[in-house]
Design a protein around this ligand. Structure first.
Ligand SMILES: [Ca+2]
Ligand SMILES: [Ca+2]
Ligand SMILES: [Ca+2]
Length: 335
């Protein structure tokens, strides 16, 4: 029995995640139809967690050997939700053949590569005696229920791991040399740190020369970029992160980007081109910035946060994105 869906998932508490599915095959790798698989919801934090059909759900595999739940709804509290799938199979000692019992204990069991064969363990078939062995097979599926916007992300690799599924998200349109793309802005926090990311689909996996994600943060509730605001720069091509602060009015003449590099470098970030399971690619920029209680060059109040960002991918105006736009305007992301 093989798990067909991810055995580890993350989803907001009280949400639906991908329902578990298993495939039953014989030792020749052929799908086994009609095998009985029992799905048990063995752990569900809080209340409201369920599977459909309800636990214990007993399903028969289809012609492709697949049994799948219709739905898996996470409990309303943070923690691991667990579904276990189990079924019995028969192995013939010394023979490369396996089948699945129709019910626990003794037959009838489902036939696979042999025809018109019904019987019991340690039985005789066509004059030959096959010692049979009952084998219990299990698969375990775990889905972590998280509170949306709360969690800790690993930003050391530019890879979008499952922890980002806990983040707040906002869609935006990214301008690329090849046209506009539907992209996503992510943010989340734990007790001491904010995490931000953007994900942008791309048509090819070639790296871009100009490749910079610049994030602006303020906690003052101001609608526009102001001196002293936090500036975080992630240069994807150079793989460099820089913690800065906005220096309005101190710009050299003719220069529009007026940020000073902080004495206290606080944070980290990475960029990578990732490949989806379907083979399509996406840029992923991820960074973190520790919350500060006192440093003037960093955000001070974690209870209220407004953000803006620019994204430059490729040369020229076609590759410039401003969110929420126009430049210098903020959007409140924590009210
Ligand atoms: Ca990561
Ligand atoms: Ca700093
Ligand atoms: Ca700063």
């Amino acid at each position: 029995m093989e798990a067909l869906q991810p055995v580890n998932q993350v989803g907001p508490v009280g949400s639906d995640v991908t329902p578990p599915a298993v495939k039953a095959t014989d030792e020749g790798g052929l799908p086994v139809k009609g095998a009985r698989v029992t799905f048990n919801l063995t752990q569900s934090p809080g209340t409201g967690g369920s599977i459909d059909p309800s636990s214990p759900a007993v399903l028969l595999t289809d012609a492709n050997g697949i049994a799948q739940l219709n739905q898996w709804h996470l409990g309303d509290a943070t923690g691991d939700n667990i579904v276990q799938a189990s079924g019995y199979g028969i192995a013939i000692k010394g023979e490369a053949w396996t089948s699945i019992l129709g019910r626990e204990g003794i037959g009838p069991f489902v036939q696979s590569s042999l025809t018109n064969w019904t019987g019991y363990p340690d039985m005789t078939v066509e004059g030959f005696r096959f010692p049979l062995e009952l084998v219990r097979d299990n698969a375990e599926f775990i889905a972590f229920g998280c509170d949306e916007g709360l969690g800790t992300a690993d930003v050391t690799d530019g890879v979008k791991d499952a922890s980002w599924d806990c983040a707040n998200t906002e869609p935006f349109i990214a301008n690329l040399g090849g046209g506009k793309k539907d992209a996503t802005f992510y943010w989340m926090r734990d007790g001491s740190t904010f995490y931000f990311a953007v994900s942008i689909p791309v048509d090819e996996t070639a790296s871009e020369k100009e490749n910079i994600f610049t994030l602006y943060l303020t906690d003052t509730g101001n609608a526009t970029l102001t001196e002293g605001d936090d500036v975080l720069v992630l240069d994807g091509a150079a793989q460099s992160f820089s913690d800065q602060n906005w220096a309005e009015g101190k710009c050299p003449k003719g220069q529009s980007f007026c940020a000073f590099v902080d004495e206290d470098q606080n944070g980290d970030g990475h960029f990578q081109i990732n490949v989806n399971p379907d083979g399509s690619a996406f840029y992923f920029y991820e960074l973190k910035h520790k919350l500060q209680g006192d440093a003037v060059e960093d955000i001070a109040d974690i209870g209220r946060l407004a953000a803006a960002f620019t994204l430059r991918i490729g040369k020229g105006a076609k590759g410039n994105t401003e969110w929420p736009g126009p430049f210098g305007e903020y959007e409140q992301i924590i009210p």
